[in-house]
Design a protein around this ligand. Structure first.
Ligand code: ADP
Length: 640
């Protein structure tokens, strides 16, 4: 630390010598001397001493006057006054004038040194205090500024997340860029991919018509450089660089605007007139703002895309011939298209958001959407029939899609009627064939080969007869004939069915296990049809199980239902065939060539089960076996 400088002002040369030369200097202080207040003042102005020791009484300017003069000039130099006599009045005066201390003659050197040290220490502390205050004020000002910057950034951020108005958000970004950096003007330039030029998308303080027509070639400009490199550029007058902005600026900064890693534009501010410097900090602020702008652009992009997709979906849903409707988990309608509205006679505005039960009066549609059934037919009041599917949709609820099958139904009916008429008409000629075949052997001897041919003709007539029987049955079932139902005991039906197939199973050395509790509740059914259903299932089980195998026929009560299962250890049904196995004439790939059959048995089973308000399904593994399960509702007294 350099030696402290002390100015000694006294008209007595002895005193000056004593104080400066013999007391202060040996104690490490640098000294200056003056023989009068006026000279002292001059020296103080030129040399900036740390402390002045001044005599009270001097011919031209007293120590007190010197102190006052210094204070008037705003010089904060502590003064120790030396006086010949001490009095209360002097003390008061000294304090009022701001004298740091005073010594009364005679004083010894130690006393002087003590006063000097004390005063210097105090002055030092005071200076430190002032410096700290100034630092604090500066820190405070910088914090306030940062706070303001953060508030502005947060404001822009809020705007970005809450507004889908891209133009408005970008204008706010550029405005904030200009406000935060204190620059004269700012602009957000985006690349026009078609022309490879940068165009002003948002500006602040630019002339509007200039901004509208402004185009900057991306190849040959500073902004273009930022676009290509993704690195910000800062330019001021000292930068030895040709500024290609197409307008004259003194300083500018451009930062890249990147969306998903691709730079698509730049954000920049500049000064055309003032010499205001642009700092690194300005650049950082701009980058933060540019990132916000990128988010806004990306949001707008995503929004436009999802809007377009939504509109497309809306149009598809609206125009589609199929009826589409969706309900949420609270059974409120969330979507309904034109076809569905028209089918159920509802106005879309009165449907969406409303409970299904208050809007849709069709019981079948309501049941499909709220029940467990996934497929079904919906018959409208005007006679139209729709085939409907219900699909559970994650986070939405359930969607119902329905197609108008009225026409198909009509054709199906015509076909059934035709089949039934033809089948009927075929019976007489078949009876004739069978009759005459039987008579053949009676009218004369037939040789072995003829007998074999007769056997084959008989077999073929039998299989055509059984096909006709199945077809007529199906026709009757589909037409809803045989509707008469009564409380029927399933175990009895099962027994009859087993007895009826005994011959076939014995021929294949199979065992049929029959398990039905005696107290099994009865079902409301047409006994003949029920027997036909059980027989068909059992017949298949026997037919598709190899010799020596076992077939199990079981029934049990479960809640309000009676469950019948027919299991076998047979050839099984390949998974690919299972969805179609109940269709008319459908035969699984592993059965077609080796087993005789019409492919109608299971269609009849399904028709009968559905006619009885039940359900049927199967579980099967090829070469392991198959289980058909039929669930029928229990008979309740009041139903009869
Ligand atoms: P089919 O007269 O051909 O037996 P069904 O309608 O009764 O006609 O059965 C349709 C098809 O389902 C059969 O052709 C066969 O492929 C398959 N199937 C039915 N039951 C069984 C079973 N128990 N085991 C294996 N396949 C079966």
């Amino acid at each position: 630390m350099p030696a402290e400088k002390i100015l000694v002002v006294d008209d007595s040369a002895d005193m000056r010598d004593l104080v400066a030369t013999y007391v202060l200097r040996p104690n490490g202080y640098e000294t200056l001397t003056a023989n009068d207040g006026r000279r002292g003042l001059e020296l103080a102005r030129e040399q900036f001493p740390d402390l002045i020791i001044a005599d009270m009484k001097m011919p031209q300017m007293s120590g007190l006057d010197l102190t006052r003069a210094l204070q008037d000039e705003g010089r904060d130099i502590p003064v120790i006054l030396i006086t010949a006599e001490g009095s209360e009045e002097l003390a008061r005066q000294a304090l009022r004038t701001g004298i740091a201390d005073y010594l009364i003659k005679p004083f010894d050197p130690d006393e002087l040194l003590k006063a000097v040290r004390r005063t210097l220490a105090l002055a030092h502390a005071k200076r430190e205090n002032v410096r700290m205050q100034a630092e604090l004020a500066a820190a405070n000002a910088s914090l306030t500024l940062r706070l303001k910057e953060l508030e502005t950034l947060a404001g822009v951020g809020r705007n970005v997340t809450s507004s889908l108005e891209l133009d408005q958000v970008l204008a706010k970004v550029v405005e904030a860029a200009v406000n935060l950096t204190g620059a004269e003007e700012g602009a957000l330039l985006l690349l026009d991919e078609q022309t490879d030029e940068l165009v002003m998308r948002a500006t602040k303080n630019f002339d509007e018509s200039f901004a509208r027509t402004f185009r900057l070639p991306s190849e040959d400009s500073l902004a273009g450089q930022v676009l290509r490199t993704g690195v910000p550029v800062m330019v001021d007058e000292s930068t030895p660089q040709k500024i290609k902005t197409q307008y004259f600026v003194r300083s500018l900064v451009y930062v890249p605007l990147a969306v998903r890693g691709r730079v698509i534009g730049v954000l920049g501010v500049d000064n055309r007139h003032t010499k205001r410097l642009i700092t690194e900090h300005d650049q950082q602020l701009l980058q933060a703002l540019s990132d916000y702008a990128a988010i806004a652009i990306e949001n707008a992009h995503l929004y436009t895309r999802s809007e377009t997709e939504r509109t497309q979906l809306d149009t598809v849903l609206h125009e589609i011939e199929d009826g589409v409707m969706a309900v949420d988990d609270e059974q409120r309608i969330v979507l309904i298209n034109r076809t569905a509205c028209e089918a159920f006679g509802v106005n879309p505005a009165d449907a969406v958001g409303h409970p299904l039960v208050t809007v849709i009066h069709n019981a079948e549609a309501r049941e499909l959407l709220s029940g467990t059934g996934r497929k079904g037919e919906i018959t409208l009041e005007d006679g139209r029939v729709f085939n409907a599917h219900v699909t559970p949709i994650t986070k939405v609820g359930h969607a119902l899609v329905m197609q108008d099958i009225t026409q198909l139904k009509r054709i199906d009916r015509i076909k059934s009627e035709f089949v039934s008429t033809v089948s009927h008409d075929l019976r007489s000629p078949l009876t004739a064939i069978l009759g005459y075949v039987e008579l053949l052997s009676r009218v004369g001897p037939v040789n072995e080969q003829q007998a074999e041919f007769i056997k084959r003709v008989r077999q073929s007539v039998h299989s055509i007869t059984s096909l006709i029987g199945d077809l007529l049955d199906l026709g009757r079932l589909e037409a809803g004939l045989d509707a008469r139902k009564e409380a029927t005991l399933l175990p009895l039906i099962m027994r009859y069915a087993v007895d009826g197939l005994r011959q076939q199973s014995d021929a294949k050395h199979q065992t049929i296990l029959l398990e039905a509790p005696a107290d099994l509740p009865s079902v409301l059914a047409n006994p003949l049809r029920l027997r036909q259903m059980v027989t068909n299932l059992l017949d298949n089980a026997v037919k598709y199980t190899p010799e020596g195998g076992a077939v199990r026929l079981a029934a049990r009560a479960e809640g309000d239902q009676v469950v019948l299962t027919v299991s076998d250890g047979g050839i099984g049904i390949p998974a690919a065939d299972q969805p179609y196995i109940f269709d008319k004439f459908y035969r699984a790939s592993n059965a077609r060539s080796d087993f005789m059959g019409t492919g109608l048995g299971l269609s009849i089973v399904r028709s009968i089960v559905e006619n009885h308000g039940g359900r049927v399904w199967l579980e099967s593994k090829p070469n392991e076996g198959t289980t058909f399960t039929v669930v029928l509702p229990k008979y309740k007294k009041e139903e009869a």
